[in-house]
Design a protein around this ligand. Sequence first.
Ligand code: HEM
Length: 118
Amino acid sequence: MEILRLVLLFVHILGFAALIGGLLVQARDSEKAVNGAMRDGAGTAFLTGLLLVGVLEAGDGDVNHAKLGVKFVVALVILVLVMANTRKQRIPQGLYLGLLALSILNVALAVFWSPAHT
Ligand code: HEM
């Protein structure tokens, strides 16, 4: 189970990197859009996050449900906003900044809110 958790965490972090990378690469562009990296990253981070929770629940230790519940809601909002706008030519600056803020918020929750499991 430990190797599965680590593989999922590895892919989870690649997904997070694609999402943040896809956002940051257009930081200086005057027109923003949902790009492939954002779409695939949001989907990958979300799916592997859920699978990680499954692996943690199957283990012996305690699972931090409050932390994971908040992360889930934040990630779901990101995923819905990204998917709803994938076909649009451009997205408003406010939506871009909102997606960036929510993505960074989820990294902060992952890192600063004490462990997802013990
Ligand atoms: C935009 C969405 C997300 C981002 C940017 C993100 C980011 C991260 C990062 C950077 C880590 C590594 C730091 C750490 O291990 O504490 C992490 C771990 C983790 N994430 Fe996420 N995450 C996202 C969505 C989710 C979702 C939806 C879930 C499930 C509800 C989830 C569950 C987890 C779990 C369980 C771990 C810890 C794994 C372990 O320690 O075994 N994540 N996340």
